[in-house]
Design a protein. Structure first.
Length: 274
């Protein structure tokens, strides 16, 4: 058989062979999310609060009053206006779950009005709303792990611990968790679970990262900024969000995702990609 004939047969057989490869191997061959920085197309009135992905080809960005869906290159596929304040979302089974606070954050008299809104991940249609009144200082972030949702959020000054709120898959309240983390500015903004640990992004000067064991019994603190978004993209790998700090002067708020990896001494560190 000639070389050209062999090449022709390989070309014909390749699509059929690919059909039998596991989805994870196909994603790896296609350079999945996490291998490069992603810049969200456009600018928005409110700053970036958080992000999530469908683990394949879509990214969901919460810009306070606008919810945006982009492809893996940051091109906008859909965007909708939403009420303030939409926080850091998570993705589960074709739906995007977003923590929403309609009143005050970080108020010691508990004047928050906390909810979880559920959107269709395909077209961002609002599917349902669920009261999350247990988050009395304002729901700001949500993540799904081990068949449960974990809601994080605001915290008034003067507290020496953070509070986490656990819900079942149907968003029925299960328990309040006290995290002995010390005070973090305005509580916890973003959440993710990877490598057997919870990763929480916090504001502050400097911004802080909390790394917490699965049972919430041990907390490590690091100086690292993932307060605008963090999402796992593989073992020891994440995408972390960045945004411009002077939205008004720069024509609106923008967002970008940057690959990061676990660092034993720094918690996380930004990762160089080719």
């Amino acid at each position: 058989m000639s070389f050209s004939r062999r090449g022709f047969l390989r070309a014909q057989l390749a699509p059929a062979a690919l059909a039998f490869l596991p989805r994870t191997l196909l994603a790896e061959a296609a350079k999945p999310l996490g291998t490069a920085a992603i810049t969200c197309e456009g600018s928005y009135p409110g700053h970036l609060q958080g992000i999530c992905t469908n683990n394949r080809d879509s990214v969901y960005w919460a810009f306070t009053t606008v919810l945006v869906k982009t492809d893996a290159n940051g091109k906008v596929m859909k965007k909708i206006p939403v009420v303030a304040h939409h926080g850091a979302p998570c993705y589960l089974d074709g739906k995007v779950y977003v923590p929403v606070n309609l009143a005050k954050f970080d108020d010691a008299t508990s004047l928050a009005d906390s909810w979880v809104y559920v959107y269709d991940a395909a077209d961002l249609t609002l599917l349902s709303k669920h009261k999350a009144g247990e988050a009395i200082y304002g729901a700001g972030g949500i993540y799904y792990h081990n068949n449960k949702f974990l809601v994080v959020g605001g915290l008034p000054e003067g507290f020496n611990e953070n509070y986490l709120y656990e819900y079942d898959r149907d968003l029925k309240f299960l328990r309040k968790i006290t995290l002995h983390s010390g005070y973090t500015t305005k509580g916890i903004q973003t959440a993710a679970f990877n490598d057997g640990y919870w990763w929480f992004g916090c504001y502050g000067s400097p911004h802080m990262l909390l790394k917490v064991d699965e049972n919430f019994s041990s907390t490590q603190k690091f100086v690292f900024d993932c307060a605008l978004g963090i999402v796992p993209v593989g073992p020891s790998r994440f995408l972390v969000a960045r945004g411009n700090s002077s939205c008004a002067q720069e024509g609106g708020c923008r967002g970008q995702l940057i690959p990061a990896e676990v660092n034993k001494t720094q918690g996380l560190s930004l990762r160089s990609v080719s």
